[in-house]
Design a protein around this ligand. Structure first.
Ligand SMILES: [Zn+2]
Length: 448
């Protein structure tokens, strides 16, 4: 999201050390997941899942490649991320494709000056977050009239590009045709409902006391915001009944949420955000929290720093896994083919590595991958496998029609329409969504 509009750093931190401690009522998000005991239990549960994984190669020979869409770098006004640090983070979390989404500016062409090509084994693809889309054109848009959302989508898709609706919660009423797809999860949107956490983040004592927890369990703390994206999926299911749409995850990674406190002279502390933009200066005298922080520190010394959304953790939180054709090289054309075909799924890989997940419709002995369109008949079987035993949920036309537990799931659909599957894991006593597939389309709706 454009932080110039939403001001995602200021809203977090400007109240720091100015606000009074407030007690957050329960039920306004997932503050309970940030207790030490809960973070530790979550951490142990994840380690246990990693030990129990049973990955299997794709029975159809697909090359499964993890991608991250909706990533900002220093080409965006609200990020300082360099290619080197983003690629290093991608390699740590097993991502092989980064589809960047820079906020366009008049001084830089996000396409011609964007990051592209293979860097250390990671394929970089330039794009923009603009006019409500994740936009991946095949050529520069500089100087072109974008027009209405439909005209803009036609312009980009008509020239071989990809267009996904971004932040659909802000544009639920859009009616577009011919787009590639839509975000079915967005980390930033998921953060917006964490009311209790937002209040706590403005509470200096809580933040200072909790800094160790954020440092000890950075992934579990960042990913504590995870909610099942009910509204996004409702919209997605609606769209998929009209035409096939590819569902992707939006990391909305900026690495720009955090805080630094630096002593300035003898009297004051400078509070700045993760991009080192000054938010406020505070007098030390009379503020016991600050007095304790600067005790024994030199003028100009950094006395406190905390980053909540490092690239490694925001990229690992969720990914979009693409099934590339057998024997494919890692190229933009292969990535396009998977995204345009809906041959992909979304996974919250911070819980467990989802590589090895498989979902097909089997008709007359032929296995049709996610995104396929085939006529409905009674003999079709939906078959799924995950690298861990899970709770399976199959939905047809947005309505849950089957639930089962186990490593695999087989079920015969009884009606036409798009069918998709979800895999849920129990983590520290709570069921969390792990994998959200793209659908198989069991009827003759219009093609993409
Ligand atoms: Zn964004």
């Amino acid at each position: 999201m454009d932080c110039g509009r939403w001001n995602c750093r200021l809203w977090l931190w400007v109240g720091l050390l100015l606000s009074v401690s407030t007690c957050s009522p329960a039920g306004e998000g997932h503050l309970d997941r940030l207790s030490r005991s809960r973070l530790k239990a979550t951490h142990q549960a994840i380690a246990d899942l990693a030990r129990r994984r049973m990955p299997a190669p794709s029975p159809d020979g697909w090359r499964q490649v993890r991608a991250n869409l909706h990533v900002h770098s220093l080409l965006s006004h609200d990020s300082r991320g360099t290619v080197d640090e983003i690629v290093a983070a991608a390699r740590k979390v097993g991502t092989e494709v980064i589809l960047f989404t820079e906020h366009p500016s008049t001084s830089k062409d996000f396409f011609t000056e964007g990051h592209r090509g293979l860097h250390d084994g990671v394929l970089l693809i330039p794009g923009a977050e603009t006019e409500g889309f994740l936009c991946y054109p095949r050529q520069s848009l500089q100087g072109l009239k974008l027009g209405s959302p439909q005209e803009f989508a036609d312009l980009v898709c008509g020239r071989g590009g990809l267009m996904f609706v971004s932040h659909p919660e802000e544009r639920m009423n859009w009616k577009l045709s011919g787009i590639t797809g839509i975000e079915i999860y967005n980390t930033h949107a998921d953060f917006k409902d964490e009311a209790a956490l937002l209040k706590k983040l403005r509470n200096p004592l809580w933040l200072l006391q909790s800094a160790d927890l954020f440092r000890q369990y950075p992934q579990e703390a960042m990913s504590a915001l995870l909610d099942y994206p009910t509204d996004y999926l409702r919209k997605y299911d609606e769209l998929c009944q009209q035409r096939p749409h590819t569902g992707v995850a939006a990391n909305d990674a900026h690495q720009n949420v955090g805080i630094m406190l630096r002593r300035v002279g003898d009297q004051q502390v400078r509070v700045s955000d993760a991009l080192d933009k000054e938010l406020v200066r505070l007098d030390i005298a009379g503020n016991p929290v600050l007095e304790a922080l600067v005790d024994g520190r030199q003028p100009e010394e950094l006395v406190f720093a905390l980053r909540l959304d490092g690239y490694e953790h925001s990229l690992r939180h969720v990914g979009t896994h693409l099934l590339l054709a057998r024997g494919s090289e890692l190229t933009q054309d292969a990535v396009w083919d998977a995204l345009e075909s809906g041959r992909c799924f979304v996974a919250f890989d911070w819980l467990a590595n989802s590589v090895g997940f498989d979902f097909v419709a089997v008709s007359q002995g032929i296995r049709h991958p996610m995104g396929s369109q085939l006529p409905f008949h009674r003999g079709i079987s939906l078959e799924a496998r995950a690298p861990l035993p899970v709770m399976w949920r199959i939905s047809a036309r947005g309505r849950q029609v089957h639930e089962a537990e186990g490593l695999t799931c087989t079920w015969q659909p009884t009606e036409p329409g798009p069918h998709r599957i979800e895999a849920w894991l129990e983590i520290a006593g709570e069921w969390l969504p792990w994998i959200l597939s793209n659908p198989v389309y069991l009827d003759a709706i219009p093609p993409r």
